[in-house]
Design a protein around this ligand. Sequence first.
Ligand SMILES: NC(=O)c1ccc[n+]([C@@H]2O[C@H](COP(=O)([O-])OP(=O)(O)OC[C@H]3O[C@@H](n4cnc5c(N)ncnc54)[C@H](O)[C@@H]3O)[C@@H](O)[C@H]2O)c1
Length: 344
Amino acid sequence: MKNILFTGACGYIGSHTAYSFLKHTDYDIIVIDNLSSGFVENIDFLQSTFKDRISFIKIDLSDSKSLENVFMESEIYAIVHFAASIVVSESVSNPLLYYSNNTKNTLDLIKLCTKFEIKNFIFSSTAAVYGEPENNPISEDSPLLPINPYGASKMMSEMILRDTASANQNFNYIALRYFNVAGALNDNDYQKNRGLGQRNKNATHLIKIACECAVGKRDGMQIFGDDYETKDGTCIRDYIHIDDLAMAHLRALEFLEGEKRSEVFNVGYNNGYSVKEIISRLKEISKVDFKVEIAKRREGDPANLVSNNTKILNLTSWKAMHNDIDLILKSAYLWEKSPMSLIK
Ligand SMILES: NC(=O)c1ccc[n+]([C@@H]2O[C@H](COP(=O)([O-])OP(=O)(O)OC[C@H]3O[C@@H](n4cnc5c(N)ncnc54)[C@H](O)[C@@H]3O)[C@@H](O)[C@H]2O)c1
């Protein structure tokens, strides 16, 4: 049986992607995570569904000795690397955390890949590598000009991957540049399946925060800036359903297996919604008129980030199955209402 090493799969995107892999493939999964922002409950849910096909080892990626032991003890077929620090504003105030946790730890992981001759690597990158792009929707060949250390830490990781792959013919990678991810595991039944969703300890994601307001977990929320050059003055983002993002990783692995070459793909829907639009649609869906106030802009927030997704659609078998903002909002809202979301 082939093992895939998932770093950071106690977190939001990694846990949903593990679910998709376990459901649609025969691979077994080894998760390593330090639980800094992840939840062991996500692993409990996956183990209750898929039994011993998924195992968990609590390791910090900077603990190179323990990490190397994982490579020595299990034959690893591919790596899906989610583990990172992910809060843009924190990266502005504490950049070294981001360069060490995101860039340095990725570098060390790639070193182990070359040492143990791992051929396939899938990397969680981000639209933040583009910074403040001149043109939207953004294609993958747009210049990489990140405007915050979070985006820069991911851009550097991409460069390390690119250069390692060009120096080493047996090592291939896919960098998936995620746009804004939201929603909870769908799996055909929103009402019953309440095992996985977004459980951030201190959420900074718009849809998550708005849902917390709608269910009464927060008294209200702020919009950071309504003076951007956008249709209603608030920032525009491309929101992708977590299940579609999860499947992009599976399609990326199929691409690596079939093509045996590296690529970078945007993963989004080519649709932009403003902060005000998201909040007003969620208020309609939840029928709750929660309090919203306008605050000043946050440092490091670009006005507009919308993905051109032509490349992933053309080169892989990935399809956008949940490209519907109301469905995404409903999914996130129902998760937030469920008791499972209370685990913090
Ligand atoms: N959520 C989004 O909208 C979004 C958008 C673009 C890119 N991303 C990227 O996707 C990936 C996953 O994001 P997420 O939203 O699931 O975040 P998350 O915080 O839910 O998950 C990150 C996981 O990594 C673990 N981790 C962090 N540092 C670690 C370390 N040093 N050693 C071991 N484990 C460590 C955390 O405990 C957590 O379980 C990240 O790389 C992030 O940069 C996320």
